[in-house]
Write a protein of this length. Structure first.
Length: 515
């Protein structure tokens, strides 16, 4: 199969483009339109650089040091110095896919013709990505304002042939060596270029785009596991009827209910709640209100996608080159719009994890599971069943609640009070990535419990979609009911099954595409 190619031009970059470059290693080409825009904007910067009047970022210092006029012979040093001094990150390395998204999105803005960067610098950025060279970027260093400064600086440092980077083989080496091996000449930065490479919301935006892709899969997975749990508890699917959701017309709620109903079609387990000694009038909230909670999260994602799309259509830099030839300072680098939705998504993900854990606990409690063995154990007392799997799930939920505390509500002044209000959007993005990982594990535990519970309902036939999910999970090496065994490998395999989209893939041939 030929490797995908993403063309960077003036027609706009999509979320799919970002994911293709970040996760799938797609190659990048610069369009002729982008090259022309780069050259035109650069001519404006060169003209301003030749004038005696100071222009921020072209012939002045930066931030609180912007009052100093920099003479022409020091300007190349000024651009090198901003990269070196701002590459001040600390902590663990950031994941390769995040760094690739960060670099690609900065290249997208550079190619807008609004930054004044030369075409050859943009080409070098593309060459580094195409070579599979990934700058070493650290966890801490961005306040989400004036751009993701430290992370972007570490990327720019690699373009200069300095610092460390990871080669395509995964080995970290000096960036200069890696560039030389791939025939890439280090860039010699000129007026404004160092600043232009650092001044954007690219890291937080890249993480938002990838989180949305992951959450889309996880919300579908959670609809499936909620349906499986409803089935295992002999609940009623009547609460999923379209006419009930039409009278509260939140789009996400309707989609979640329709997904659950599609999974449960043809089930021989649902509707038995009236046959018990003490008939249930209705199911518990964690089962009955699953579409309302998952739906609200879906609607939050819709808003987040709108913000991401607007940001993808933006050229974030300061100062910015305008079409009429002016170079103007602005505040578009402030990460508030992106930071807010990153925090919103962490709240929604925490609540989805919380309701999934409540359903799991109900499956394990003999007083509320309507005839299932305690903890779904083979020989309760001798066997503990899934008791501690729920402990693990509860610990993950508890952390997700802490991660739901908004980063964007915080601010801390920097740059001698010149930058006196910041977004903390990078921090919001980092904690959302952790939350997405935790949510994957939480849904995997519910899947593990619900499939076992359905198999313990001997004599009753699950829905065809449920049966497809169970069979695919067992084929992936996750065992069904039986005596106690080492649970961690099963849970890890279930996590991979959910994370890799195999749960959705198992069900959709039966249900059709889930919303």
């Amino acid at each position: 199969m030929d490797m995908q190619t993403v063309v960077v031009g003036m027609s706009g970059t999509t979320a799919d483009d970002v994911i293709a470059v970040a996760r799938e290693g797609a190659r990048i080409e610069l369009s002729d339109e982008a090259r022309a825009a780069l050259a035109e904007a650069r001519s404006i910067v060169d003209a301003l650089a030749a004038k005696p009047e100071p222009v921020y970022g072209v012939s002045t210092g930066f931030g609180a040091l912007a009052t100093r006029h920099i003479s022409p012979e020091l300007r190349a040093q000024l651009q090198r110095n901003i990269v070196r001094s701002h590459a001040a990150g600390m902590g663990p390395r950031v994941e390769r896919e995040v760094v690739r998204a960060l670099m690609f999105l900065r290249l997208k803005t550079v190619c807008s013709g609004r930054t004044g960067v030369r075409p050859e610098v943009a080409q070098t950025m593309a060459d580094v990505l195409n070579a599979g060279i990934t700058p070493v970027v650290h966890e801490y260093g961005s306040l989400g304002c004036s751009g993701d400064l430290a992370p972007l600086s570490h990327c720019a440092l690699t373009l200069m042939g300095e610092g460390d980077a990871e080669g395509p083989d995964g080995t970290v080496r000096p960036a200069g060596e890696l560039l030389a091996e791939h025939g890439i000449a280090p860039v010699e930065l000129r007026e404004k270029e160092g600043l232009a490479l650092l001044n954007g919301t690219d890291g937080m935006l890249g993480m938002l785009i990838m989180a949305l892709a992951d959450l889309d899969r996880l919300y579908k997975s959670a609809d499936i596991t909620a349906a499986l749990t409803l089935e295992a508890l002999l609940g009623t699917e009547k609460v999923l009827a379209p006419e009930l959701h039409a009278i509260r017309p939140h789009p996400g709620q309707g989609a979640a209910a329709a997904n659950m109903l599609a999974v449960l079609k043809g089930s021989g387990l649902t509707g038995h709640f009236q046959e018990e000694e003490a008939p249930r009038v209705q199911d518990a909230y964690s089962v009955r209100c699953a579409p309302q909670v998952a739906g609200a999260g879906r609607d939050t994602m819709t808003h987040a996608r709108l913000v991401a799309d607007r940001e993808l259509a933006s050229a974030v830099d300061n100062p910015v080159v305008l079409p009429d030839g002016r170079v103007e300072s602005n505040g578009n680098f402030h990460g508030a719009p992106v930071a807010y939705v990153l925090d919103f998504l962490a709240v929604a993900a925490a609540d989805l994890g919380s309701i999934a854990e409540r359903r799991t606990d109900r499956l394990l409690d003999k007083n509320r599971s309507h005839g299932l063995p305690p903890f779904l154990a083979d020989d309760a007392g001798v066997d503990s069943g899934l008791m501690i799997a729920q402990y693990t799930q509860a610990a993950l939920v508890s952390e997700m609640k802490r991660l739901a505390v908004p980063a964007s509500a915080d601010s801390i002044p920097s740059s001698a009070m010149q930058e006196d209000h910041v977004s903390m959007g990078w921090s919001a993005a980092r904690k959302l990535r952790t939350a997405v990982g935790n949510l994957t594990r939480i849904i995997a535990v519910e899947l593990y419990a619900a499939t076992r519970a359905i198999e313990l309902r001997r004599g009753l036939t699950p829905a065809p979609a449920s049966q497809a999910a169970i069979e695919a999970l067992r084929a992936a090496g996750v065992e069904g009911p039986g005596p106690d065994r080492f649970l961690a490998p099963d849970l890890e395999a279930a996590e991979a099954f959910v994370r890799e989209g195999k749960l959705v893939a198992a069900v959709e041939p039966v249900t059709g595409p889930l919303a």
